[in-house]
Design a protein around this ligand. Sequence first.
Ligand SMILES: Cc1ncc(COP(=O)(O)O)c(C=O)c1O
Length: 421
Amino acid sequence: MIAFSAMTPTGFSLADTELFCDGVSVAAIADAVGTPVYVNSAAQLRARFLALDRAFDDYPHSLHYALKANSLLGVVRIIKALGGAVDANSIWEIEVARRIGFAPREIVFTGVGKSGDELAQAVPLGLKAINVESAGELGRIEAIATALGVPARVAVRVNPDIDAKSHPHISTGLKINKFGVPVGEARDLFATLARRPSLQLVAIHVHIGSQITTLEPLRNAARFIAAMGRELKQAGLPLEYLDVGGGLGISYDGTPAIAAEDYVSAIVDEVRATGLPVVIEPGRAIVGPAATLVARVIDIKPRNALSEFVVIDAGMTELLRPALYGAFHRIEPVRPRGGAKKDYEIVGPVCESSDVVGRDRTLAPLEVGDLLAIRDAGAYGSAMASNYNRRPLPPEVIVDGGEWRVARRRQTVDDMLALES
Ligand SMILES: Cc1ncc(COP(=O)(O)O)c(C=O)c1O
């Protein structure tokens, strides 16, 4: 365990009119590596992980970092060094976790559509749990486990019909959503387990959405799962733990977000009476603020009487969230110029009108060649990057202990074409 105070100031700050990441000049990194580039703060990652972990105090828990948010090896190794575990959303994320050294019991496998091949590979591994999404999937797992002669450890993901009050595209806990097993059907499934020796029910799971910024839905989900855990115990199906999923939101606009302590105490308040350990699966809350996407201004042209288009060398191919959900990210010049602020529309280089990274921004005056920092891009940023327009995946830099290193080099055209004949 790395000694680190959660109070140590970390991450990105505009000191002496220039953006720094943990004391390292972001401009110096961009000049050396080129743009666009993701810059990750290892100190910020550690602080955010530890804030959640420590908030549990002595309540038994495991923190299964959701790999889907960002599975860069360098990032996940930091989580591992802190004693974290993982939540994988595909057999390939499981493979990444295994290569980093996570034991099967440190991995939960979620995902609304696990293929037959994925299940055939996952069941024999003896993971902490496969979080099951349907009666059909449970049956397919059972068939594999029966053939192996070893019971499969499963958790049923129950759809609690709770509104996460997040963006509709990232809300998963309503019965209209494709995720999980409806409550009534879950009860019917539990009733079949006594005569299914190849299935070992170890937990129940909920995950009601992502970027949840009010405590109530998270508390309600924990209350729901705790009540169901008690119900199962009374029915003679004691669980090993309760999995309350991820979803804790971050502040994208600089206003205060739910504190790790408040989030954790809401969960622990609800589940304490069950005495069961808790699994949480945070992704965004750990990595979101820990990375900035750095881009360069490549063109500026008139937009209307009041504002200009600023074309940058990063767009929906590097950071899809604005185009996908209209998501807001703070954007700021890496070296702000003096002079009156101006109104800009910050757009990417991709041939789609939705490729707008920041709408209607008022920023210090910009010139072609200036660097812009697109903040809080660590979650669902590089993880969702694509080669659309044959744009190469951007490099990733990790700043740690006052030094920086390239954790992933920029993709080349040869890398891209290597898969094609
Ligand atoms: C099952 C599950 N667990 C955890 C997460 C991580 O969510 P977040 O990054 O909002 O914490 C997700 C993402 O949507 C998910 O689907």
